[in-house]
Write a protein that binds this ligand. Structure first.
Ligand code: NDP
Length: 313
């Protein structure tokens, strides 16, 4: 039986509507959550991401401002900008779009963001809060993964979860959220022995690898839930046909754009899994939705409000 497809667009829309309603209520009480986005230089992909984030703020009633220093900016000058944003009370969230140009010391910049305004959840203070189950800001993509599971009524407690990938941005925080949700968690990486065998133990399999269609059906226990975080661009026609030959909709996109977006999970996994997220339209839309939720959460936490355990699993 084909897997249930978990609709990330629908779940993201629900979260955005909830955030918008809370922002409206807060604004009526005189507090408008605010996000500052810092985009250094002219990386075209970063420009698209930042445009999406600012547009999303506008749609949800969140105040936003964009800072676009040139890529010649020094670490000291960028630190000054971050510190200025740290000081401003009307700014609840600060997002420094990565990657930063190589002369800039990225770690120093990310460390300088006030942890209370760190809506990406990358600051070591927030990493510590997550691992010790204290209220804090959780990285957006991992938080989105948990929302997909919860809102699809997929149980986490007591389940075997396998996360492939151990990055600070996706793999590790996802594993931590699943542990906090009482799953039994295994984290895999490029040195893991018998990766297919380990993955087959999973009730919940999360692929955050960055390799197109690497997770094939033999990695998946029949009926398992598969969350595909990967976003890989396939441009090679032969590879495209191996993956999507016969899929009319995909073929049309590939003809028009010369590329298609592919996850880390092979499309044929849909024949084995119980449920899975598509690419595009799965985890991706949750990332911006959770950034909006984090900005709202930061606005509340900074004012000492109790925040419900959204995404703490
Ligand atoms: P990283 O490159 O930082 O991490 C990749 C991880 O995968 C590493 O831990 C690496 O292992 C592991 N890995 C690589 N090759 C293999 C292999 N052959 N077998 C087992 N493990 C392997 O990537 P990110 O975590 O930043 O991103 C992962 C994917 O998710 C990317 O496709 C990215 O584009 C996508 N992404 C999607 C987002 C969304 O909103 N949907 C947001 C963020 C990322 P090791 O540590 O040993 O090197």
């Amino acid at each position: 039986m084909a897997a249930t497809i978990l609709d990330g667009n629908k779940i993201a829309a629900d979260i955005r509507a909830e955030v918008a309603a809370e922002v409206k209520a807060m604004s009526a009480a005189g507090i408008r959550p605010g996000l500052a986005v810092v985009l250094v230089g002219n990386n075209p992909a970063s420009e698209i991401y930042v445009r999406g984030k600012v547009k999303s703020c506008e749609e949800l009633g969140i105040y936003s401002e964009k800072h676009t220093p040139p890529d010649t900016i020094s670490t000291a000058q960028l630190l000054e900008l971050v510190q200025d944003l740290n000081r401003r009370d009307e700014i609840d969230g600060i997002l420094v779009q990565l990657p930063l140009p190589s002369p800039v010391d990225s770690k120093k910049i990310l460390m300088a963001v006030d942890p209370a305004k760190d809506v990406d959840g990358f600051h070591p203070v927030n990493v510590g809060f997550l691992s010790t189950q204290r209220p804090g800001l959780v990285p957006c993509t991992p938080a989105g993964i948990i929302e997909i599971l919860k809102r699809s009524n997929i149980p986490i407690a007591g389940q075997e979860a396998v996360v492939v990938g151990r990055s600070d941005i996706v793999g590790k925080p996802t594993a931590m959220l699943l542990i906090n949700g009482n799953a039994t968690v295994t984290v895999c990486h490029s040195k893991t022995r018998d990766l297919p065998g380990v993955c087959r133990r999973a009730d919940i399999l999360v692929a955050a690898i960055g390799r197109a269609a690497m997770i094939t059906p033999d990695f998946v226990r029949p009926g398992a839930t598969v969350i595909d975080v990967g976003m890989n661009k396939v441009t090679d026609p032969a590879e495209f046909h191996r993956l999507f030959g016969g899929n009319a909709k995909r073929e049309e996109t590939f003809r028009a754009k010369g590329s298609t977006l592919v996850g880390d999970v092979h499309p044929r996994v849909a024949e084995v899994a119980g449920a899975m997220t598509p690419v595009p339209g799965g985890v991706g839309p949750l990332t911006i939705a959770m950034l909006m939720a984090n900005t709202l959460k930061a606005a509340k936490l900074r004012r000492g409000a109790e925040v419900p355990a959204l995404s703490r699993a």
